[in-house]
Design a protein around this ligand. Structure first.
Ligand SMILES: Nc1ncnc2c1ncn2[C@@H]1O[C@H](COP(=O)(O)OP(=O)(O)OP(=O)(O)O)[C@@H](O)[C@H]1O
Ligand SMILES: [Mg+2]
Length: 451
């Protein structure tokens, strides 16, 4: 007697996946769009990363299309070098994506805790990342937001690319035009506004390689315009406390080649054929048979503990499984425009369960057909779709920026290169942004909006 109320609720795991199927554990990450928690499936006991996006914030940030797109793209990508999607679902407050857990944390965390990395380790991360990028490009997907925060390390030390928030599908013969990415990692051709293709990802990889080796970025400025000018014009200098081998300097310069057709990674410039990469066994790499030079210690969680601290101390609306409110018109009180966005999330952020492949296939195809803007870059779309701007602004990031780098001489020398694109400045909820914070700026709306 009296004990019945304390019994855990019986869960029917044959029903559609929802938050109560998971035990929520510690907070392991935070980005401009989502928070990430370690979770364990109550039935299978598998551990995953749960990325959840507050619907209210998502509407405020005008990021609804991006999140729906991220969910669709993630469902379509399957690679050893990508954090694969396992489940997707929503409740009235949040959209959820359950993805493979990367117990080694992200490269930003590694850089912050260990300082600049060894040449061998960087070479290995660059090589595995290049295989992930090549896979994406082979699927006609360009990532557009490669940076240390979005390259994760698996329990065994292998690379897993993540964060498809501003990724998009592209067509080889149709250049993309939106200014999209995290400013410090964006390729110069984005700023020339004459169109770009997927080779922008190789440029970002060059910036990352430089940063992992030297603990600072190759192009820096304390203004948005200054950073753009540096990216478009500055010589790449290898100044610092560390000697960088000639081969390594050469490969970084090859990734950071301003002519995208000559850039390492572009069609005629195979990454694996560069002398710097030749020491690796490229038949073993795709099979994860090259032993990673660094195996993370997974006894401890490899992430910034302030995420969990913030959840405990600051968050007055902690994540808990909540039953959904019934009623078709439940968003009507929010006003027509906002209600429309909520309804879009409701109908287009489809449930996904990797154990039930093919589920909701027709629904998904119908959404894709009716919503081409979610799946192709705007350069390939009808101008009518483009005419509706979808400004996307970034909020503060805890996990980016020089201020969190350890106090090494290299990092101390790196200026705090915070860039707030003019158009973002007014719109950002807290007025803060960073050169490692993603932005998308549609060409047609360049003067007025940031998507
Ligand atoms: N699968 C995972 N395993 C472990 N940690 C993860 C995983 N996915 C994300 N993280 C952590 O959470 C952080 C934020 O996740 P993610 O980049 O997907 O969010 P975001 O809001 O889209 O970020 P951004 O600001 O880069 O757009 C990552 O930088 C990483 O530290
Ligand atoms: Mg991210």
């Amino acid at each position: 007697m009296g004990l019945a109320c304390c019994k855990p609720e019986a869960i029917d795991f044959t029903q559609d996946v929802e938050l109560k199927h998971f035990e929520l554990q510690t907070a392991i990450g935070k980005g401009a769009f989502g928070k990430v928690k370690l979770v364990q499936h109550k039935n299978t006991k598998e551990k995953y990363a749960l990325k959840y996006i507050d619907k209210k914030m998502c509407v405020e940030m005008k990021a609804v299309d991006c999140i729906i797109q991220e969910r669709f793209l993630l469902e379509d990508v399957h690679s050893t070098f990508i954090c694969n999607l396992r489940y997707a679902f929503q409740d009235d407050e949040n959209m959820f994506m359950v993805i493979d857990l990367a117990l080694g944390g992200d490269l930003r965390y590694l850089l912050n805790t260990k300082g600049p990395l060894s040449e061998d380790l960087v070479r290995f991360y660059m090589a595995e990342s290049s295989l992930g990028i090549k896979y994406l490009h082979s699927q006609s997907i360009v990532h557009r937001d490669l940076k240390p925060d979005n390259i994760l390390i698996s329990e065994k030390g292998h690379v897993l690319l993540t964060d498809f928030n501003i990724a998009t599908r592209f067509k080889a013969d149709k250049p993309m035009k939106s200014e999209a990415g995290s400013p410090a990692y964006m390729a110069p051709e984005m700023f020339f506004r004459k169109g770009y293709n997927c080779t922008i990802d190789w440029w970002s990889l060059g910036v990352i390689q430089y940063e992992l080796l030297l603990g600072k970025r190759p192009f820096e400025s304390n203004s948005s315009d200054g950073l753009k000018k540096a990216i478009m014009n500055d010589e790449i200098a290898f100044k610092g406390n560390r000697e960088i081998a000639t081969d390594t300097q050469d490969v970084i310069k090859a990734f950071l080649c301003r002519d995208p057709t000559k850039r390492l990674g572009s069609r005629d410039n195979k990454v694996r054929e560069h002398p710097y990469f030749k020491v690796l066994d490229w038949t073993q790499l795709p099979k994860l048979e090259v032993t990673p030079p660094f195996i993370p210690d997974t006894k401890n969680i490899n992430c910034d503990f302030t995420h969990e601290l913030e959840e405990i101390l600051v968050n007055d609306n902690p994540l808990v499984a909540k039953a959904r409110k019934p009623g078709e018109k439940k968003y009507a009180h929010l006003g027509e425009e906002i209600a429309k966005e909520y309804e879009k999330m409701e109908t287009q952020f489809l449930n996904y369960d990797f154990t039930k492949p093919g589920q909701r296939k027709e629904e998904k195809e119908a959404i894709k057909r009716s919503n081409r803007n979610l799946h192709e870059e705007e350069g390939q779309q009808d101008s009518s779709i483009l005419a509706s701007p979808s400004p996307l602004v970034a909020t503060t990031l805890l996990n980016t920026g020089k201020s969190e780098l350890p106090d090494t001489p290299e990092n101390a020398a790196a200026p705090d290169a915070v860039v707030v694109p003019d158009v973002v400045q007014d719109a950002a909820p807290n007025g803060e942004s960073s050169d490692a914070t993603p932005v998308v700026q549609k060409e047609e709306d360049a003067a007025t909006s940031v998507e």
